[in-house]
Design a protein around this ligand. Sequence first.
Ligand code: NAP
Ligand code: F7E
Length: 352
Amino acid sequence: MKKKIALVFGITGQDGSYLAELLLNKNYIVYGVKRRTSLIHTTRIDHIYKDVHLKSNLILRYGDVTDFSNVFNLIYQIKPDEVYNLAAQSNVGVSFELAEYTAQTDSIGTLRILEAIRILDKKRKMKFYQASTSEIFGNSPEKPYNEKSKFEPVSPYGTAKLYSYWMTRNYRDAYSIFASNGILFNHESPRRGENFISRKTIIGLIKVLKGEQKCLHLGNLKSKRDWGHAKEFVNAQWKILQHKIPDDFVIATGKNHSVKDLVNLVLKKLNIKHKWKKDKNNLEYAIALNNIGQIKKSQIIVKQEKRYFRPNEVHNLIGDSRKAKKILKWKSMINFEQLISEMIDSDLKSIM
Ligand code: NAP
Ligand code: F7E
C-alpha cells in the first residue's frame, strides 16, 4: 500500500515533534518545514532525524509561512495527503510586542497555505489541519467552552488565530477543501518552550534550589488554564484529519487550575515549604519555610513582577471536549499532577 505523505509546518516545535513521532509510527512519510536560523535548533526532533544522506521517512525542508512562493513550492513538490499547520508565533505575551509579525505568521501564514492548496489540489484530495486555540474564546462568559461558544479574543495572538479559524471554515465551505480546526486548550510536556508558565516555573524553581538563580519572577498568578499533555493532544490532531468529514473540535481536559496552583504544586514536588505574603503594592511573594538545597529559610523564592503582566489577560479557560469524545473517541487521560511530575522529572535529570 502506498505510504501516506504528511507535510508539517512547525515540526521543530513542541507539538510538531510529537506529531512527527506519531506519524512515523503510523508509517507515514513526513516532510517537516524548518526555518532558517543562525544556529540550528532541531533539538526536539534530533532523535528521529537521520543524516540527510540516509534513507529516512522524515525529510526536512527549509521554509517559512511568511513566504508564499516557498509555501506554494513545497505543496507543489511534495503533494502531501495531509497538511498540518502548526507554525505560529505561539507566545501570547510576546504577541503584544510583535503584533504585526504575529498576524503575518498566525493569520496570513494560514491563508498562504490554504491558497496554495486551493490552487494546486484541483481534485480536493489534500486534508488540512489548522492549529486553532482556546485563546479565541478570550473572556467569553459561557463556560466551559465548546465548539458553539462565542469568540472574544483579547490578544493579538488570539485575534490572529481567530482569522485563521474562520479562513479554514471559509475555504472548507467555499471551495470544498477538507479543512479542519482543532481548538486546543493549553498543552505542555517536557518539550514545552522555556518561556511558557509551566516550563518557566519548573526550570526557575530547580535553579533556585541549586542556587543558580535567587528567585523566580512571575506575572499574573490568578489566571486559570485547562492544562493537558501535548503527546495526547497531537493524537487528537491526527484523529481530526482521519474523521470522514472536515469539522472543528475542542480538545481539552475539562479541568482547570490557577497559575498559583501550578507554582504551589511545583514547590511541593521539590519539597520546598513556603508561605505566600503581599507587599505594599499588593504584589505577592513566597518565602521558604525550610533550608533545602541552596535555599535558606525566609528567602524570597517567588515574586510577582509588573513586567510579566500582560496588557490584557484571559482569566479563566476551561474546555468541553464531549464532541471529540463522542465522534473521535478522544479523551485526555493524563491529569495535571502527572503532567507536572513528568516535566519536573525530565528537567531534574537535565539540570541537576
Ligand atoms: P511552538 O513550540 O512555539 O512551535 C511553533 C512552531 O512554529 C515551531 O516549529 C516554530 O519554528 C514554527 N514557526 C514559527 N514561526 C514560523 C514561521 N514564520 N514559518 C514557519 N514556521 C514557524 O508551539 P506549540 O506549542 O508546538 O504549538 C503548535 C501550534 O499549536 C501553534 O500554532 C500554536 O499556536 C498552537 N497551539 C498551541 C497550544 C499549546 O498550548 N501548546 C494550544 C493551542 C494552540 P522555530 O522552532 O524555528 O521557532
Ligand atoms: O501563560 C500567566 C499568563 O504563556 C499561562 C500558548 O501555548 O496556550 C498558551 O498560551 C498563564 C497566563 O500560556 C507568567 O499571564 C504569569 O495567564 O504559559 P502561558 P498561554 O498564554 O495560556 C494557548 C492555548 C495557546 O494557544 C498559546 O500558543 O500564565 N503567567 N506569569 C505567565 N506566563 C508566562 N509565559 N510567563 C510568566 O512569567
